[in-house]
Design a protein around this ligand. Structure first.
Ligand code: OGA
Ligand code: MN
Length: 193
């Protein structure tokens, strides 16, 4: 099934080999460059205010895909643009713009159960994660855990090239701590104001 059909039917889509192995290698090189330039910073957000009902405790560091982009990043952006057009055609989602960041979870780091909240005024409609972890072994942890309304969980391994998409509103999920460095690119399609 296409991503759009899966989102309509189940609210979530898992597509393997969204990115080819050579593309993963090139993106990992971008990660190394951006790391060496100090582009990653700790993403601890939402765990401050005492009035907050649920703490979004996260141990990852993130780096926005901002200009100047490397060729592998630009190619990925083009792929996401194709996906955006496809989703609008198939699922009438009215997706308008994209935000993307790298995420790096060192060993032991996770992201507790949370909703992807909108930043700014434009609503996040579709959440996406592309994984960059070659030779990933399920025994090391680090799965994406997705919950449904009945509290059933689906654990998804963050293997290289896999793209997970889900409808953002109301979909709770977490990143389980793992024993290895875990790299991904998280993205959100937003609607118009
Ligand atoms: C996020 C997130 C999931 C993952 O960045 O908000 O939930 O598997 N990521 O990396
Ligand atoms: Mn999330």
């Amino acid at each position: 099934m296409s991503v759009g059909a899966d989102l309509i039917a189940r609210g979530i889509s898992i597509r393997d080999q969204f990115a080819a192995p050579s593309q993963i290698g090139a993106l990992l090189e971008c990660v190394e460059i951006r790391k060496s330039q100090g582009g990653f910073s700790p993403a601890r957000i939402g765990n401050r205010g005492a009035l907050q009902l649920r703490e979004n405790v996260r141990g990852d560091s993130t780096c926005w895909l901002s200009e100047p982009l490397y060729p592998a990043e630009r190619a990925l952006l083009d792929q996401f643009e194709e996906l955006r057009v496809e989703l609008n055609r198939e699922a009438f989602l009215g997706l308008f713009e994209l935000e993307l960041h790298y995420a790096w979870y060192p060993p032991g780091a996770g992201y507790s159960r949370h909703l992807d909240q909108p930043q700014g005024s434009r609503q996040r409609l579709v959440s996406m994660v592309l994984y960059l972890n070659r030779d990933w072994d399920a025994g090391v942890g680090g799965a994406l855990r997705v919950y449904d309304e009945a509290e059933h969980v689906l654990d998804i391994e963050p293997i290289a090239g896999r793209l997970v998409c889900f409808l953002t509103p109301g979909r709770e999920h977490a990143v389980l701590p793992g024993k290895r460095d875990r790299f991904s690119i998280s993205g959100w399609f937003r609607g118009r104001d």
